[in-house]
Design a protein around this ligand. Structure first.
Ligand SMILES: NC(=O)c1ccc[n+]([C@@H]2O[C@H](COP(=O)([O-])OP(=O)(O)OC[C@H]3O[C@@H](n4cnc5c(N)ncnc54)[C@H](OP(=O)(O)O)[C@@H]3O)[C@@H](O)[C@H]2O)c1
Length: 344
């Protein structure tokens, strides 16, 4: 059987090159085209020497990726993807967008947080939010997937089943999330400069990070009523990984065992979420380089404390995008995503 041709628009960014790494090992697809803005006609090894083995492809113009692929990943800054996605859909292609352009359903909220308007409102209505463990059936029939944000994935996965079953109170949820520096992309900033972040820990965008409305959209959908969250992102001196520590109140009469049971039950047949037994603690090493989310549950007085970890480059972006592609194309959900976490 011939392989499905997949292409990447924005292949030279951190997410793009992680897609190349993972797709290279996927048995059912052929990486047919990689696109760039700044590196057209350069081979990918000139940009990233480490990915060259057996795969020294040349970057083409982003626009040309569409005609050379059946399914396209767009890994671009917000506000840049929509034109490419529109063109791809017009040509009958499927798309997984890894940026924020299709994640928020409400245009006014999107405009408020990203300062960009929707171009094609119908396409936004049709796009499916790709949090695979929660929207699997919709994803299977989607033409366009909005791949979730990285912080959002780590916070939504543990909280959504608990809010749905009303095991935690919807008021007063707080999350702080430490992220590796690849989360900021390849472009240089003072904050990600080595002497600034090495041996350091830097909270940023306190009270106004753009993932806040996306987290609230998911939690509200699960709870069936509006949910707000206090969210603080923190840059940590590691290359990859996210640790979200989430604080919330147990609902009346609910025990930690009930919360643990609910998460065990909800995720028991979902291969990429590991709910650890009570007493264990989720760490970044549980998930590094894998498409897993590890969750551990703890308590202190009336509060439940949840630790949730993902690799921002895999479950937080490229891995979840491939999981979405697998569902859209009718492959096994785990195809090409069997990489285990590294022990060190
Ligand atoms: N990094 C993460 O952990 C992570 C996690 C989840 C989601 N995301 C999202 O994924 C997307 C890509 O992130 P990244 O970390 O890969 O960023 P990045 O390393 O900064 O790469 C950005 C890519 O976009 C291209 N690009 C920039 N401006 C462009 C323009 N005006 N027109 C066309 N192409 C343009 C660049 O192309 P050239 O190099 O060819 O110029 C590059 O390939 C972003 O929306 C980000 O929010 C990132």
């Amino acid at each position: 059987m011939s392989k499905v041709k997949v292409g990447i628009i924005g292949a030279t960014g951190y997410v793009g090159v992680e897609l190349i790494r993972l797709l290279n090992a996927h048995p059912q697809v052929e990486l047919s085209a990689i696109g760039s803005n700044s590196f057209v006609d350069k081979s990918i090894t000139e940009v990233y020497p480490s990915v060259g083995i057996g795969n020294d492809m040349k970057c083409m113009k982003n626009e040309d990726v569409i005609k050379n692929s059946d399914l396209i990943f767009t890994a671009l800054p917000h506000g840049v993807s929509e034109e490419f996605v529109l063109q791809a859909v017009k040509e009958g292609k499927k798309v997984v967008d890894l940026g924020a352009d299709f994640r928020l359903k409400d245009e006014a909220t999107f405009k408020e947080w990203y300062n960009v308007s929707f171009i094609d409102k119908k396409l936004h209505e049709e796009a499916v939010y790709g949090l695979c463990e929660h929207y699997k059936d919709e994803i299977k029939n989607a033409k366009v997937i909005a791949n979730p944000g990285c912080y959002v994935t780590s916070i939504s996965l543990p909280l959504m089943p608990l809010l749905k079953e009303k095991l935690i109170k919807k008021e007063g949820i707080v999350a702080d999330s430490k992220s590796g520096v690849t989360g900021a992309g390849r472009g240089l900033t003072l904050l990600s400069h080595y002497p600034e972040i090495n041996e350091n820990m830097v909270p940023y965008k306190i009270g106004n990070h753009r993932h806040t409305p996306e987290i609230e959209q998911n939690l509200t959908d699960a709870a069936g009523e509006p949910v707000e969250i206090i969210f603080t992102p923190i840059l940590a001196p590691m290359n990859r990984g996210i640790l979200s520590t989430i604080y919330c109140d147990k609902a009346e009469g609910v025990t930690i065992e009930k919360i643990q049971n609910e998460l065990d039950e909800f995720y028991k047949d979902k291969p990429f979420v590991d709910v650890l037994p009570l007493g264990q603690v989720a760490t970044v090493k549980h998930v590094r380089l894998s498409n897993k989310c590890a969750i551990s549950v703890h308590e202190n007085k009336s509060k439940i404390i949840i630790c949730s970890t993902i690799d921002n480059m895999v479950k937080g972006s490229a891995g979840q995008a491939i999981q979405n592609m697998n569902l859209m194309l009718g492959f096994d959900e785990c195809e090409g995503l069997s990489t285990m976490a590294t022990a060190f």
